[in-house]
Write a protein that binds this ligand. Structure first.
Ligand code: PMP
Length: 429
């Protein structure tokens, strides 16, 4: 595969941008490659600057549930752009998207748009603290909620990929108010939440973990979490930045029938433009400025291009049969992948729910951060490189999800399965 132009750009990029990338996992270090620079993408195909084409299973890390450059999304962005790109004043598209999202997400009465998932989670914990007057945030090991100070404690995503324990620059005084406990462990959960020495404001959870690779929760664990937080007056925050509008129109909360107090969204609701949001019960959301004293703001929040893209995307996913079709395709793909994993010369454990999947290079089962960490990241790196050489673009880390989109046809999925079969055979332990 010719990669001269990418190599040239990477050298130039490293002169001006730390690591040559604007988000660490993109550097591809843990899979032993240099990044390929993207020229364009359409449907489920991505083309690099050297003209190589790949079937994309990253989908910009989640937003591209319709595939890239979906005509209705592109048209909506173009139509919005000619009307002006930012007003610093309310505009009609915000109202339309807000009502659409609140109607779709079962627990959400009101919503505030921000510009990233990080801003959404950061603002949601501020609101939870403002409402309860308490300090401590409980999270789960291996879950990632963006890069705000409070969350960089045993976090997932790039933090695991690069093997960074926390982060310099985050004051102890801040992280002492964050407690991270194991995912899927009801006993430790109950002990922690009932500890009267802890001043717990909220628990934030990925209702399906996607940032230590995909880890599906035991329903009993999520139910217990809901019951305990309700009983103890602790705010329950679902971080549905990945799962929102992915596992169902109403996200994981709809799929599991468990309602949080606050929900964080991002990715899909922005149609591929920078958007995040947080929302929930009226009595909580009314504490936000200007209605209430909890301050949160944003120059570009509710940006008209982002709102237009999000609206166009959500209109498509709301069409009858959209999720059923995505689910059926993903079920078939996942089942075939499990067969290949079972026949592979090394132990591989496939975790999947709906269109989210991770092949862990370990015997498994992978149910939490500790078991995820038993995966052989170097072996995943080999797999990644074989797949890339065969035209399949996967997440450049063992500890991330792969995403099936509506644009993947059976033929694309079959090609990925064929390449997987031959890649598994080539793995060297
Ligand atoms: N929460 C979750 C569950 C995420 O997966 C991510 C990003 N992948 C974030 C929050 C942070 O979102 P952003 O990168 O848009 O700040």
């Amino acid at each position: 595969m010719k990669t001269d132009r990418s190599a040239q750009l990477f050298t130039q990029a490293k002169t001006y941008i730390p690591g040559g990338v604007n988000s660490p996992v993109r550097a591809c270090r843990s899979v032993g490659c240099d990044p390929l620079f993207v020229h364009k993408a359409s449907g489920c195909m991505i083309t690099d600057v050297d003209g190589n084409e790949f079937i994309d299973f990253v989908g910009s890390w989640g937003p591209m549930i319709l595939g890239h450059a979906h005509p209705e999304v592109v048209e909506a962005i173009q139509a919005a752009a000619v009307q002006g790109t930012s007003f610093g004043a309310p505009s009609p598209l915000e109202v339309e998207l807000a009502s659409m999202v609140c109607k779709a997400v079962p627990s959400m009465d009101k919503i505030r748009f921000v510009n990233s998932g990080t801003e959404a989670t950061m603002s949601a914990i501020r609101l939870a603290r403002g409402y309860t007057g308490r300090k401590v945030v409980v999270k789960f090991d291996g879950c990632y909620h963006g890069h705000a100070d409070s969350f960089l404690v045993k976090a997932g995503s790039g933090v695991i990929t690069l093997g960074i324990p926390g982060s310099p620059g985050v004051p102890e005084d801040i992280v002492k108010n964050t407690l991270s406990i194991p995912y899927n462990n009801e006993e430790i959960l109950e002990q922690t939440l009932r500890d009267t020495n802890l001043d717990i404001a909220c628990v934030i959870v990925e209702p399906v973990a996607g940032n230590m690779g995909v880890v599906v929760p035991n329903l009993g664990f999520l139910r217990k979490l809901r019951e305990l937080t309700r009983e103890l007056g602790i705010i329950l925050i679902f971080d549905e930045v990945i799962t929102g509008f992915r596992l169902a129109l109403g996200g994981a909360q709809e799929r599991f029938g468990i309602m949080p107090d606050l929900t964080c969204l991002g990715k899909i609701i922005g149609g591929g433009l920078p958007v995040g949001a947080y929302g929930g019960k009226r009595e909580l959301m009314e504490l936000i400025a200007p209605d209430g004293p909890v301050y949160q703001a944003g120059t570009l929040s509710g940006n008209p291009l982002a709102m237009a893209a999000g609206l166009a995307m959500l209109r498509v996913v709301q069409r009858p049969g959209f999720y059923a079709e995505l689910e059926a395709k993903s079920d078939w793909f996942g089942a075939e992948m499990e067969k290949l994993a079972a026949a592979a010369p090394v132990p591989i454990s496939v975790n999947r729910i709906g269109s989210l999947m991770t092949c862990f290079f370990t015997r498994g089962p992978v149910t939490d951060f500790t078991s995820a960490m038993t995966a052989d990241a170097a072996l995943y790196g080999q797999y990644f490189r074989h797949m890339l050489a065969g035209g399949i673009w996967l997440a450049p880390s063992q500890f991330e999800a792969s995403f099936v989109s509506a644009a993947h046809e059976r033929s694309h999925l079959q090609k990925a399965l064929d390449m997987t079969e031959s890649s598994f055979k080539k793995l060297m332990v």
